[in-house]
Design a protein. Sequence first.
Length: 243
Amino acid sequence: MKTLKRILKRMLIAILTIFIVLFVLVALFVNLSPEFGGTISDTQKEQFLKSENYKDGVFENIGGVKMSMGFNDYVKSMRGFFDPQPNTIPEGELPVSKVDSLDLVNYDGRARLVWFGHSTLLYQIYGKNILIDPMLGPVPAPHPLLGGKRFSENLPIDIEKLPSIDMVILSHDHYDHLDYASILKLKDKVKMFFTPLGVGSHLVEWGVDKNRVIEMDWWDETTYDGFFIKCTPAQHFSWSRAY
């Protein structure tokens, strides 16, 4: 009996040790990995206080819509994440229409879109290049092991071959919309970034000059380079302190 108790005690200690090690590794990954972006500064928090949508340290959806998750919701989402999901992956690689870099530069000025998958679009109009939610990496996650690969390995055009970008518009900071590696490759060819409040801190953390980042609250509007830009409300959860 004493031998069995010793074995169980050692097993319990081993399990607890494994959990502690995993917790430490996850904490280090979250706090040290650059993919998680920046934090909100005290100056930004003072700016948030001026927003009608910011209450008790968080942004609230219009109409009282709650995006919080209880324990049961969390368990259900985790089960859905790990359970097999049939008919969600196409059979074979999707065809990709290639775009020539010279064609992007020497086009006739009419409005056109180049779709890179999901929400990533290059919008060309009036001689300007507007890039929307540039997730141009292989996996929409902070680490390749934490997400599924894009359906097509190739893009219409590589990031390095894109022309100068007049504006990048970011809708929110989920990894399938805001990608660390893509921003690193794009930042030196982008004239101005537009983001919702709080999301710009990630860009600044990744080396984008804060003078090239314009953050907007819901219903804020501005003009840039002949374009009128308005930030409209959306209800979509975000791990950021902002929406």
